[in-house]
Design a protein around this ligand. Structure first.
Ligand SMILES: *Cc1c(COP(=O)(O)O)cnc(C)c1O
Length: 225
């Protein structure tokens, strides 16, 4: 039996990643047929960055796919994914968290969330500053959000060839992760996941303790927009 490229790539990552690091296959812009090739290679965790696209693919793909949202999420779109989303990587405000909680309650679910932290030396990336991160965690109303659970942090490093810089940025996120993990005693804050690393920088992210790498082009090929 000959493997197609996508199956080959999924197998490659499964072999290469350490046991504590999960592979999130970022399938944005890619058609169902290619996603099914990854599925048939055993992949179940898929990530998208647009709500509409994720809803569409959720309807068409097998129901045991676990859908992760990794892109910026607008509050008015939470309702479309609240019934099925497995993990939201991109929570960047208390307002958004409150909305996720409201829609999760309607669906009688608890939705797992990661707080997205701005670690890059670039203006273009979304995410909470360090101060905003701690403000959110210290918000008195946080403990009342019974239908969300903050299970970790997500960050994107600067798009640069400077590996030392990328490493320093991931290290800073890992440090925040450890600080929050030991410093917050709330029922709905229990950090286990550190989502960092993409196709070009996942190896560095893994050395810094990533538990989830979000890999798109290295699995599915370059995206054409
Ligand atoms: C597109 C995307 C990825 C994957 O990027 P690749 O470089 O193709 O691996 C990871 N995370 C987020 C948030 C993305 O939008």
């Amino acid at each position: 039996m000959t493997l197609n490229n996508i199956e080959h790539n999924i197998n490659f990552f499964n072999k290469k990643l350490p046991e504590q690091t999960k592979l999130i296959a970022i399938s944005k812009t890619k058609p169902i047929e290619l996603i099914m090739q990854a599925y048939n290679a055993g992949q179940r965790l898929f990530g998208e960055n647009k709500v509409q696209e994720m809803v569409h693919k959720h309807q068409l793909l097998p129901k045991d796919v676990l859908w992760h949202l990794a892109g910026h999420l607008q509050t008015n779109k939470v309702k479309y994914i609240a019934g099925f989303v497995n993990l939201i990587h991109s929570v960047d405000s208390f307002k958004l968290l409150t909305e996720i909680n409201k829609e999760a309650l309607k669906n009688k679910r608890v939705i797992n969330c990661l707080l997205q932290v701005h670690i890059a030396n670039e203006d273009t990336k979304f995410g909470l500053s360090k101060i905003e991160l701690f403000d959110l965690l210290h918000n008195k109303a946080l403990s009342e959000l019974n239908n969300v659970k903050i299970i970790g942090l997500m960050g994107m490093a600067t798009n640069t060839n400077n590996n030392e810089q990328i490493q320093a940025e991931f290290k800073s996120l890992k440090y925040l992760f450890e600080q929050i993990k030991s410093g917050f005693n709330l029922p709905n804050v229990a950090l286990t996941e550190l989502s960092m690393g993409m196709s070009d920088d996942y190896e560095i992210a893994v050395t810094q303790g990533s538990t989830m790498v979000r890999i798109g082009s290295a699995i599915f090929g370059e995206r054409i927009y």
